[in-house]
Design a protein around this ligand. Structure first.
Ligand SMILES: [Zn+2]
Length: 460
């Protein structure tokens, strides 16, 4: 007798087929099993608007210069710009049911014989979105720098619009605060427009030291510096489909013990910053279309640093997001025409669609991290006895509730995690040898949001 498909089965078969098709875009790109987009998070990402980004940026460049040493004036200079960002942050407090509070964290800086030639008051503009779980002390921090410059680093008076460097990073913060302040997250998110970047990462260094001295449970820091320019100088390249994430493989600070463990477990490509970078690529590409996130295996660009670097030096997990191609006709330039070439960081060069996508990556990653449970604790790989299987075990996170865990696996030569094995247990045995693969474990919350992955240490 011929087999016949019952009529009622057809809708189910169609659904099955659709489900398979839906997994294709994700498995084809990140090569991990499809993980669905959380609808709440996706709807926040959809609210990121080129119109609001443009409006904030037009306001920001209207202050003429935002040089760190610019004199305090009405409507001009860095202090007026700081007050503007503060007022934007504060305008979202009312809709946040008491979760959002904004302030300027001022500090005095002495002349240092380098890029600060007089005593100056600097300030970081901070918007804190308090976590809703009183037991959860985790903090996630995202930054841009409010200061700008022209060719002469000490020129505090000429127009320095800093539209891309780093107006783009600052307006991304305002847009995120607008959207995210409407939503509760169990963990705390701090959005900060730092000062003194161009004078030597001063505001970020001050904040990193403060976080360290006050023992913040700062889980991850994301620096946005130049995320709105898509045209590369000196070439015809124009690319608004790729974003770079910089992370170091070997931590900038390590104890002897940490270094020994890294060498013995071959973890030189598995620093916490590298795990954060991979997470940004996976979650960013999951929620933002037409954008590829490029892992760059450096703390920052060649021989250069940024506001995440002082955090890395304090031992925090920190990365930099930056446009794919930089434009040196615009960056750190006096406004001028020369040989038919326009120089200067002018607002007309901003690619708002690119800025929207890059802002969306930040939002998706922060919302995912702040709504996920904390990382699994004491993640270990069993080394009692030789085996071709790999046994991993761990403990529940200290913050939030995990509904389950993913064990992640990749080839030793892979850049990204390639497979995810789900379990609700606190251990897993896999028929793959720990000699031939790298593993990590991440916790998964009720809404499907994943924690950062934890690279296991050898246990018996
Ligand atoms: Zn910059």
């Amino acid at each position: 007798m011929k087999q016949r498909i019952h009529l009622y089965a057809i809708p189910y078969l169609v659904l099955l087929g659709l489900g398979f098709l839906l997994t294709l875009p994700f498995s084809g790109r990140a090569q991990v099993p499809a993980v669905h987009r959380d609808p709440g998070l996706a709807s926040m990402v959809a609210q990121v608007s080129t119109d609001s980004l443009q409006e904030y940026l037009e306001d920001l460049v209207s202050f003429g210069t935002r040089h760190t040493l610019s004199p305090e004036e009405e409507g001009r200079g860095i202090e007026a710009a700081r007050q503007y960002v503060l007022s934007r942050f504060q305008s979202f407090e009312a809709g946040s049911e008491g979760r959002l509070s904004a302030t300027i964290d001022y500090f005095q800086v002495e002349p240092n014989g380098r890029r600060v030639d007089r005593e100056v008051r600097m300030g970081n503009v901070m918007a804190t979105l308090q976590g809703t779980d009183p037991e959860d002390d985790r903090v996630f921090l995202v930054s841009g720098h409010i200061d700008s410059r022209v060719s002469d680093i000490m020129n505090a008076t000429d127009d320095a619009p800093g539209a891309n460097d780093d107006g783009s990073g600052v307006v991304a913060l305002i847009e995120m605060v607008r959207i995210m302040s409407q939503q509760p997250f169990p963990a705390t998110i701090i959005f900060v427009a730092v000062s003194g970047e161009e004078q030597g990462l001063i505001g970020a260094a001050y904040l990193a030291r403060r976080a360290s001295e006050e023992n913040w449970n700062l889980v991850a820091m994301i620096n946005n510096d130049m995320i709105g320019n898509s045209a590369s100088s000196g070439t015809n390249l124009r690319d608004n489909t790729r974003l770079r994430v910089f992370s170091e493989g070997i931590p900038l600070v390590e104890t002897e013990q940490m270094a020994a463990l890294r060498r013995s477990t071959n973890a030189e490509n598995d620093s916490k910053s590298r795990q954060l970078a991979r997470y940004i690529k996976e979650v960013g590409e999951r929620y933002v279309d037409q954008l590829e996130i490029k892992l760059i295996y450096r703390n920052d660009r060649f021989l250069r640093g940024g506001d995440h670097t002082p955090f890395s030096r304090e031992g925090f997990t920190a990365v930099r997001l930056c446009e794919m191609n930089e434009n040196y006709f615009q960056q750190h330039q006096d406004l001028r025409m020369e040989g038919g070439q326009q120089y200067g960081d002018l607002i007309e060069h901003i690619d708002y669609e690119y800025l929207r996508k890059n802002t969306s990556v930040n939002l998706a990653v922060l919302a995912s991290l702040a709504s996920a449970p904390g990382v699994p604790q004491e993640v270990g790989v069993d080394i009692s006895g030789l085996s071709n299987a790999t046994r991993l075990r761990w403990k529940s996170p200290e913050n939030g509730t995990a509904r389950g865990y993913y064990v992640l696996m990749r080839e030793t030569s892979d850049s990204m995690w390639k497979r995810k094995f789900y379990t609700e247990a606190l251990e897993m045995e896999l028929p793959y040898s720990k000699d031939n693969y790298f593993f990590a474990v991440q916790a998964v919350g009720a809404n499907g949001a994943e924690s950062l992955p934890v690279f296991p240490v050898p246990v018996r």
